[in-house]
Write a protein that binds this ligand. Structure first.
Ligand code: CP
Length: 310
């Protein structure tokens, strides 16, 4: 069982718990390959999806994960909720809680929003991405994808490229890969590095070719214009692509077994060229598939007795 009743961040999990989640996700993936992709363990359970920011992959995969485990799901977006009438986040959470859901999945532009509601509800809360803070289920699906390819996470070199300061994916991934024994390097414009890079627990290398040398895993991040404020952090997208974009020229120098990752959505031609995104080394769509399996595992571990897994 997991020690916490919520999934709020990678820092709340131990390496053993992460391994347990990944092992459970691997067995969930087998269910996804069956002709009938539905099992009963969460029958009678209710999951509320609160997505207060746009999402394709995370929202759909949480919904699909719940449906494949036979849970009932309902969702509401900020634009159609009473938040637009001035209701506070805590009042919204308390009202949802009054309808007795088992899990609330929340994405919010404000860092700490899921942690805030977790203090006010009895339901389990899963952080589906909060501001620039964390995106724990993304990191877990990234770990799963890498572990499937290399059989281990320990001793791997992982390079993450892009807007490290503003990326919740980077924050969760740096913690998760480091906890599981990988060496993480971050790369990008100096303006996109956090003020105290040492606090990251990752090596900082501002030269792309040096940063990806010997990498088993090369992950490009989306440029997050919506979080950068009014002043651009780089001169132009063309300039960014030239210095930090993954092109054929860059990836041709990688290890032969290196894999290319991206959490999505991709800005093709900026973070990576279309040829690299669709190349044989790209595992971007495997990440999406594994996202459903990881979220099935999280629901199962939060809501069922492990001895009764399907
Ligand atoms: N990776 C990710 O969070 O994608 P979405 O924003 O589409 O959910």
């Amino acid at each position: 069982m997991l020690k916490s009743r919520h999934i709020l961040g990678i820092s709340h999990l131990s390496p053993d718990e992460i391994s347990f989640i990944l092992d459970t996700a691997q067995s969930m993936k087998e269910i996804m390959d069956r002709p009938i992709k539905k099992v009963p363990p969460l029958r009678g359970k209710t999951i509320v999806n609160l997505f207060f920011e746009p999402s394709t992959r995370t929202k759909l995969s949480f919904e699909l994960a719940a449906k494949r485990l036979s849970a009932d799901t309902v969702g509401i977006a900020a634009s159609t909720s009473s938040v637009v009438k001035g209701e506070t986040l805590i009042d919204t959470a308390r009202n949802i809680e009054a309808m007795r859901p088992d899990i609330i999945v929340m994405r919010h532009s404000m860092s700490g929003a899921p942690h805030l509601i977790a203090n006010h509800v009895e339901s389990a809360v899963i952080n589906a991405g909060d501001g620039t803070n964390e995106h724990p289920s993304q990191a877990l699906l990234d770990l799963m994808t890498v572990r499937e390819h290399f059989g281990t996470l320990n001793g791997l070199n992982v390079t993450i490229i892009g807007d490290i300061a503003h990326s919740r994916v980077a924050h969760s991934d740096i913690m998760a890969f480091s906890m599981m024994g990988a060496r993480v390097t971050v790369c990008g414009p100096a303006t996109m590095m956090p003020p105290d890079p040492d606090a990251l627990g990752a090596r900082v290398c501002l030269d792309l070719n040096k940063a990806v040398k010997d990498a088993h895993v090369v992950m490009a991040l989306r440029i997050q214009k919506e979080r950068q404020g009014s002043l651009p952090l780089f001169p132009s997208e063309r300039e960014y692509a030239r210095s930090f974009g993954l092109s054929r020229a860059v990836t041709s120098e990688l290890r032969k077994d290196a894999i290319i990752m991206h959490p999505g959505p991709i800005n093709r031609g900026v973070e990576m060229s279309p040829e690299v995104a669709d190349s044989i080394n790209s595992v971007i769509l495997e990440q999406v598939t594994n996202g459903v399996a990881v979220r099935m595992a999280l629901f199962t571990l939060l809501l069922t007795d492990q001895q009764k897994l399907p």
